[in-house]
Every structure is written in structure tokens, then in C-alpha cells.
Design a binder for this molecule. Structure first.
Ligand code: DLL
Length: 435
């Protein structure tokens, strides 16, 4: 039996859900047109009147909003309410330049807490659970987002944030934490430190982990589940749209993440043409927020690559499911014309015995040719083996990558614990070509 946080909305029949979406969409378009000069200008120049949106299909006629549009209106230009109504500000750092800034009204914060509570329940969390929340607290939405959701649900939340990993393990052990929330890469770092300190995860009370904020693979899931002795579920979100809790994988189905369609309208487009792709086909996720007040976004291009399915789910929730993100379109490396996502390399590495899930991809250009070096850690035992064994292993990985992805690389096996660990999002790629 599935437990819901808000059964009525989570199981709304498709027709009712779409009727609700349309009502909310119309009002959102009206609001941005009246309150945000950026949208008024964009719609006026495309000759679109807000009241001409009369069906969900009409959404496709509206222009996209991009991260660049947000940067251009830094910091508050896209806010749709006066500053007096904004009760919280978050920002995402991004790799270059100024952060992207978002503002929340009191209602936005309460909707977010509800959706995050819904996401936690979807991952089987309930009152009485003790949540070790190791997402960073601060401008990043992970910490506070998960925190408010946990409180809304009525679970006990430990606001440990990131860092001080040894102490985290002691707290997790002594406080009998049952749920772990952090990035997937940090969960593996916790596992490693626990092992080094003689702590066996089988003796901890952890039951489920809710991991997101960065791409991870199905093989990484198996690795985490084995090392931390818990069920690992995927959570998706982005600060521009809200923060964590935009979409959540359910405990019952463990197959795709329910995107909360009573608040967001998802579309999958071909990033080149901007046209929608068929159900099940991969493309870029575009999200329209239909309840947000502080900074509503219409057709926001997330750059995240996924696919969508409207097939019914065993958990009974009627909201569509998006597939595990296979990367960001701007993370995609083009090596001598071949498109490669870090997550594809990760899947190959994690399956190989003796290889640890800590890796770094270094892209460079030598004599006008792109090069890819895959640095990956091996376990103590392999590392102390003869050079011949190590050479054999790196050749084998090079061959697997070539066979599976069609790209030539050099593999450098490195000593355990040499690749930098992250307390938040892991950096997997260094592209020296751009420097
Ligand atoms: O990472 C929000 C979040 C916090 C999500 C905690 C989940 C858990 P940003 O810092 O704005 O917000 O980064 C958003 O991170 O566009 C994706 O590229 C990536 N991302 C987030 N969740 C996942 C996931 C938070 N489950 C960006 N799988 C997004 C893959 C993810 N990538």
C-alpha cells in the first residue's frame, strides 16, 4: 500500500490534472505579462496576448526562457512581486560569472515545503524517521529545501549540512539516523570515511538515501546501495524552478522520477530545433512553473537531458515520470566529434572490479586533436599489484570505453584517495581546451 503526503493531488486523474494545469497556466502567463517587463516585451514582440493561451497545446507557442535571460536581469529583474513580498533569496553558483538569483514569497516557501514533504513520502520517509540532512545549507537550495520538507512532514531532521565528515559518521551512528540526504558523490565519501574509521554501515539504522543535485548512473546506485546498505533513490530539482523536490523517484517503482505536475508543466524538446520530441525520446527538459509567485518561469530551458513517460506507475501516482538525467547538454563533451557524457563513462567504470567510483575526466587539445584522459582510482589491492596487472587493467578500460562510446582515451589509474572528494557537487570534468 502506497502512503501519500497529499493523496488527492498525487493521484488526480489525468483529465483533472490537465484541467488544473490549464487554469494555473493561464493565470501564470497573465501574471508574468503584467508584472515582468521581460515577458511583456517578449510576448508583445511575438504578438502573443496572454488571453490567447486557451489550451495546454498553446504553451508551445510561447518563447523559451533561458539561463542567459536570468543572467541578463541579474539580480532581481525577473521577480514578479515587489521586494516586500520576498521572504527568502537563494542563488546557484554556476561555473562562470555571477550567480543566478531566485526569490520566494511566503506562499512559494510553503508550496516548496509541501512538495519536498511529498517527495520524502514518495521515497518512503515518514514521521518518526530521523533524517541526516547533509545537503549544504546556505545559498544552495539543497539544505534548506530538504529541511523544510522534513519539518513539514513531521520527521526529525538533523541539519548537519556538508563537511566534517568524520563527525557526520559519529552523529549518524549515535543519533540513529534512518534517512540520508546528500549528493551521491558525498554518500560514497561518507562510506569511505566510515570504513577507514572502522564503522560498518550494516550496523547503522539507515534505510533509505535520497540523492541528487548532480548526475549519477544506475551503476553508481548499485555501488552506493551495497556500500551504505540502504535503498538509494533519485531526487531532482534546480534553484531556478524551486530547489530539490521538483521530481522524485518513488520507493515502490524505483523507475523514473515523478515530476509534480500540479505545479510544473514539463516538456521534452530537441535542443537544436526547440520542437517537442515524442514520449520516451531523449531531449532537453523544459519546465513551466504554474504556481510560483516570486519568480515564475515560463518554458525554462533546464539544459538537463532526460525523457518522459505518462505510463501508469505501480505506486498509483498519476504524475508523469522523467528518466534519470543522463547529463546536461552543456556538460556533454565533444571529443573528436563524438558526443560523450560523463555519466556514460561513469557507468563503464563503476562496473569494473577493483575500480573505485572516484574519477576525473581531463579534456585537452594536443596538435589540434582532442584528447581525453580518464583518471580513476583503483582499490589498495590492485594498486599494490604488479605493473603488468595495472597496465592490463587500464588497457581493458580504454577498450571498453572505445567499444561502448566510440571514443579513444587514455586511462590513468591512480592511488586510492587521490582524487579530490566533494562535500557537495563533485567536479568530474576539467576541460583545458576552454582555458
Ligand atoms: O541542485 C537542487 C537540488 C538539491 C536537487 C538537492 C536535488 C537535491 P542547483 O544547484 O540549481 O539546484 O543545480 C541544478 O543540478 O539543472 C541538474 O543539472 C543538476 N541536478 C539536480 N538534481 C539532479 C539529479 C540543485 N537528480 C542542476 N540528477 C540541475 C542529475 C541533477 N542532475
Amino acid at each position: 500500500m502506497t502512503t501519500y503526503f497529499n493523496e488527492e493531488f498525487e493521484t488526480l486523474p489525468r483529465t483533472a490534472l490537465e484541467a488544473l494545469q490549464l487554469m494555473r497556466l493561464k493565470s501564470a502567463v497573465e501574471r508574468v505579462y503584467n508584472n515582468v517587463p521581460f515577458y511583456r516585451t517578449a510576448y508583445d514582440s511575438a504578438r502573443i496576448r496572454p488571453d490567447s493561451v486557451t489550451s495546454l497545446e498553446d504553451l508551445q507557442r510561447l518563447p523559451f526562457t533561458t539561463k542567459q535571460n536570468m543572467r541578463d536581469s541579474y539580480p532581481y529583474g525577473l521577480f514578479a512581486v515587489p521586494m516586500e513580498e520576498i521572504v527568502r533569496i537563494h542563488a546557484s553558483s554556476g561555473t562562470t560569472g555571477k550567480p543566478t538569483v531566485v526569490g520566494y514569497t511566503r506562499k512559494d516557501i510553503s508550496n516548496w515545503a509541501d512538495l519536498m514533504a511529498r517527495s520524502l513520502v514518495t521515497a518512503s520517509v515518514h514521521k518518526g524517521d530521523i533524517i541526516h540532512n547533509a545537503y549544504g545549507y546556505g545559498l544552495f537550495t539543497g539544505g534548506l529545501g530538504a529541511h523544510y520538507g522534513a519539518e513539514q512532514l513531521g520527521a526529525s531532521v538533523i541539519p548537519i549540512s556538508g563537511g566534517n565528515t568524520k563527525r557526520q559518521i559519529m552523529i549518524m551512528e549515535d543519533f540513529s539516523s534512518t534517512v540520508l540526504t546528500c549528493t551521491p558523490s558525498y554518500s560514497l565519501f561518507l562510506a569511505e570515511e566510515a570504513k577507514a574509521g572502522g564503522v560498518d554501515f550494516r550496523n547503522l539504522k539507515l534505510r533509505v538515501g535520497i540523492f541528487g543535485a548532480e548526475p549519477w548512473s544506475e551503476s553508481m546506485r548499485s555501488e552506493i546501495e551495497a556500500k551504505l546498505n540502504l535503498t538509494a533513490l533519485d531526487i531532482y530539482g534546480l534553484s531556478e524552478i524551486m530547489g530539490p523536490g521538483v521530481a522524485q523517484e518513488c520507493f515502490e517503482g524505483k523507475c523514473g522520477l515523478h515530476i509534480w505536475e500540479d505545479h510544473f508543466i514539463p516538456e521534452i524538446i530537441n535542443p537544436e530545433t526547440g520542437e517537442r520530441v515524442a514520449e520516451g525520446e531523449k531531449g532537453e527538459l523544459v519546465i513551466t512553473t504554474i504556481t510560483k509567485q516570486g519568480i515564475p518561469l515560463i518554458r525554462y530551458r533546464t539544459r538537463d537531458i532526460t525523457s518522459i513517460t505518462y505510463e501508469p506507475c505501480v505506486c498509483g501516482r498519476t504524475h508523469a515520470r522523467i528518466a534519470r538525467m543522463s547529463g546536461r547538454s552543456d556538460d556533454m563533451m565533444i571529443i573528436r566529434g563524438v558526443n560523450v557524457f560523463p555519466s556514460q563513462i561513469e557507468s563503464i567504470l563503476v562496473r569494473i572490479e577493483g575500480v573505485e567510483p572516484h574519477y576525473l575526466l581531463i579534456v585537452d587539445r594536443k596538435e589540434n586533436l582532442d584528447t581525453l584522459e580518464v583518471q580513476v582510482e583503483v582499490d589498495e589491492q590492485i594498486f599494490s599489484d604488479e605493473i603488468k596487472v595495472l597496465q592490463g587493467l587500464s588497457k581493458r578500460i580504454e577498450k571498453e570505453i572505445k567499444d561502448m562510446l566510440g571514443v579513444t582515451c587514455t586511462v590513468k589509474l591512480v592511488e586510492p584517495k587521490t582524487i579530490q572528494r566533494s562535500e557537495g557537487k563533485a567536479q568530474r570534468v576539467i576541460d583545458k581546451r576552454a582555458l
